[in-house]
Design a protein around this ligand. Structure first.
Ligand SMILES: [Zn+2]
Length: 192
């Protein structure tokens, strides 16, 4: 039985392997990812589980799932991307909030490319290539990072005004950078 891993689980830091064939085991991993994403959401009333990468449930294979509607919790459909690759990163670097099912409590302001070109396989095995921008482009960059053992907090370096946490009303409140780094170095696997 899979569960959502959180920091500092070392499996979150491993590079995931390519999927060579869409076997029943691979399909089972995808089903678990979707079920666990929706399950997580039930206990997080102010948050939406936008996406997940397979290593987040302890499966180090290159699979991500992406919510079809990032703003509507009632739409529980996901698109599955297998062996996703960013063919080209374009546009400008935009800063926005990111959180992660595997990094409890904390949100961060992270820079990402505003437009990307992506190549991937669907769960049918069909190859797709597409250009995407906005929230989906950000989410795909975050999830592909997971496949390479990278977490969004790794992108926050010597920055003030970058860490936040949700208060009980669902609003983001700033956290002190130095305190967060000091308190969470062990948890996040940061080097001294
Ligand atoms: Zn994440």
């Amino acid at each position: 039985m899979n569960k959502i891993l959180t920091t500092p689980d070392p499996r979150l830091r491993m590079k995931s392997k390519k999927v060579s064939e869409i076997t029943p085991e691979i399909k089972k991993i995808i089903q678990s990812m979707i079920a666990l994403s929706l399950d997580w959401e039930k206990s997080h009333p102010h948050e939406l589980s936008a996406a997940m990468a397979a290593p987040q449930i302890g499966e180090n294979v290159r699979i991500i799932i992406l919510r079809n509607d990032l703003d509507n919790k009632n739409d529980t459909n996901f698109t599955v991307l297998i062996n996703p690759e960013i063919v080209k990163a374009e546009g400008v670097l935009e800063t926005d909030y990111e959180g992660c099912l595997s990094v409890p409590r904390v949100y961060g302001l992270i820079k990402r490319h505003s437009k990307i070109r992506v190549k991937a396989l669907l769960d049918t095995g069909e190859e797709v290539r597409f250009k995407i921008s906005g929230g989906f482009a950000r989410t795909i960059q975050h999830e592909i990072d997971h496949l390479n053992g990278i977490l969004f907090i790794d992108h926050i370096k010597n920055q003030t005004d970058a860490f936040f946490e949700l208060d009980n009303k669902g609003n983001l409140q700033p956290l002190d950078y130095e305190t967060e780094i000091k308190n969470n170095r062990e948890l996040w696997g940061e080097d001294e």
